[in-house]
Write a protein that binds this ligand. Structure first.
Ligand SMILES: *Cc1c(COP(=O)(O)O)cnc(C)c1O
Length: 380
């Protein structure tokens, strides 16, 4: 099956005529337009390239808030986790303490980063299928006055749960804490204004709802908060302040080699988002696709892990059917042959698999997918 010669052959015709939809939370299916942007080579020090970087930074701030003069953005090499780690490692002073609200793998990952960086840490873990406990958050903030930072994940991609970032932000600010949000799998796909939400540091990446390809992420930050962080970083290459300072003061220059092709593709993806009608139009497309998916899957007898009220329009977890004959891997392989890539589950207490609907995907694709699953119901 895995003939290495076969997978290493790049046949442009075959690629173009065999669309292979990634129904995953990134990397995801990108448009031809985004892929085409990578056909030109760019130099990391070139002025034209640096102008693109500056334009991207300004566009990201505009996407994030109406109060754009109070916020700034910085791009960082690596996958989304590198950006999360650059924030955790750079914005908390030596005597600081972070409270992480966790209800899935990505919240736990933030806690793990803080632990490895020797940062004082409190984790409020509500379990994988419960929303964050806001009463416990307030109780803890009142009791432990040495907490300086509060962090939460917006769309917890582990399950697809959408966390109440506005309510968490309200409490963080009521007790004067710096507020960090991992909005990796929601920024650009769910309308939000980070000034209204009182977010100080928001983290996202190129290959999620903006629909670019993987290779870098970005942080949108309150300028006043960013300026405080000089000299706080616990890592050189992931020093958020230093990266920002260089981009800000040297016209979009990166400190180290940047993923130029990926950045150019991201620029195209931002224009594509605007052409689609902006974040609200994209959000509506995602919602329509997600609803079509769930409706179709329910007809086939599948149940969602989460109730609709907690469900994001980004990715949906489905419980395995009761049948002993069901095997995820078999379904995965069969659907892959039909041009759909689905995603395994990630939670510990239930057997689930996930289907994402972000990327160049629409409701009609979801209907085709459900049709394909119906034809492959080997467990019935
Ligand atoms: C994708 C994602 C990340 C980053 O994961 P990487 O594998 O490092 O790209 C972080 N948080 C959330 C919520 C995500 O969905």
């Amino acid at each position: 099956m895995n003939n290495p010669k076969e997978v290493s052959t790049l046949n442009i015709d075959l690629i173009e005529n065999n669309p292979y939809l990634l129904l995953t939370p990134g990397p995801l299916s990108t448009s031809k337009r985004v892929k085409a942007a990578m056909l030109k080579d760019w130099c990391t020090w070139d002025d034209d390239y640096n102008r693109i970087v500056q334009d991207i930074r300004a566009k990201l701030v505009q996407l994030a808030t109406k109060e754009s003069s109070l916020y700034t953005s910085v791009l960082m090499q690596g996958s989304g986790s590198f950006c999360v780690e650059s924030v955790i490692g750079s914005v908390i002073p030596r005597d600081g303490k972070i409270l992480v609200m966790a209800n899935g793998a990505y919240g736990q990952r933030m806690a793990q980063m803080a632990k490895m960086l020797n940062i004082s840490l409190i984790v409020l873990d509500s379990g994988e299928i419960q929303p964050p406990d806001l009463d416990l958050l307030e109780y803890t903030l009142r009791k432990e006055s040495d907490i300086t930072h509060v962090a939460v994940v917006h769309c917890e991609t582990t399950t697809g749960m959408l966390n109440p970032i506005e309510a968490v932000g309200y409490l963080a600010k009521k007790y004067n804490k710096t507020y960090i949000v991992d909005a990796m799998s929601s920024f650009g796909g769910i309308p939000m204004d980070i000034a209204d939400l009182q977010i100080d540091f928001l983290i996202s990446s190129a290959n999620k709802c903006i629909q670019g390809v993987p290779g870098f992420g970005f942080i949108i930050a309150k300028i006043d908060e960013m300026k405080k962080c000089a000299g706080w970083a616990r890592s050189h290459s992931l020093d958020l302040f230093d990266q920002w300072d260089k981009m800000e003061n040297y016209n979009g220059k990166w400190r180290f080699t940047s993923p130029t092709h990926v950045v150019r593709a991201f620029y195209e993806a931002l224009k594509e988002l605007s052409d689609e009608g902006g974040v609200i139009a994209r959000y509506n497309r995602y919602k329509t696709s997600q609803r079509a998916l769930v409706k179709g899957m329910k007809v086939l007898g599948f149940e969602t892990l989460l109730p609709d009220a907690l469900q994001s329009p980004i990715i949906t977890s489905f419980l395995y059917p009761e049948s002993e004959a069901f095997q995820f891997q078999t379904l995965y392989e069969k659907l892959k042959l039909r041009g759909f890539v689905i995603y395994p589950g990630k939670i510990t207490n239930a057997n689930t698999f996930r289907i994402g609907n972000i990327g160049e995907v629409e409701a009609a694709d979801m209907i085709r997918l459900v049709d394909a699953i119906q034809q492959e119901q080997f467990w019935k």
